[in-house]
Design a protein around this ligand. Sequence first.
Ligand code: IMP
Ligand code: MG
Length: 218
Amino acid sequence: MCSNYLGQIIPDDEKGYELDLFCVPKHYEEDLDRVIIPHGLIMDRTERLARDIVRDMGGHHIVALCVLKGGYKFFSDLLDYIKALNQNCDKSVPLTVDFIRLKSYCNDQSTNSVKVIGGDELSTLTGKNVLIVEDIVETGRTMETLLSLLSECNPKMVKVVSLLVKRTPRGSGYRPDYMGFEVPDWFLVGYALDYNEYFRDLGHICILNEKAKVKYKV
Ligand code: IMP
Ligand code: MG
């Protein structure tokens, strides 16, 4: 079990940081309120998650399953840290990658249906130690759907790491095995988290302002 299972808790009255303190793409300057988790802090927390995961799962071959699209940045950085541990420790584990694409969101609302809209065949995961890598757990529906699909393929072990977990009354109570940060019930963008596909190209995790929600609405 992770030594700090809950992750860093970001409180409801967190003020974050002024946009002007950091570099933000010019095309998003008008759309964001505050920086909530700067990129450097995401990286530092991810480095520690990599260490906790290798400590717990490290005896065996790990298949890292990236939940697209939102998980791709966290996936890529987490795997880089796991690779660095592999390169510099006496013990190392083979790491292979798989991808699945799920969709559940429209505008800033989670919909009731979680759809698999692409990716690798889950049947290749039979008998494997699988690490699911997700960007954010909100209601928990996406992860519960994926875990139930995966259980039909009989993997040997499944662990879930999510960079963020939202404190929300809409939550099902589902908690991942590892998490980076627990965040308030805000809609967050950046570091591959999107609003209708925008803001994936933003390094920091930020709060979107109300004007931007209208501007990028579909
Ligand atoms: P859940 O099924 O309600 O747990 O929602 C999980 C999915 O919704 C995540 O994988 C994200 O893709 C998306 N999501 C939830 N909250 C946010 C957010 O604040 N910003 C961007 N995407 C989010
Ligand atoms: Mg996601």
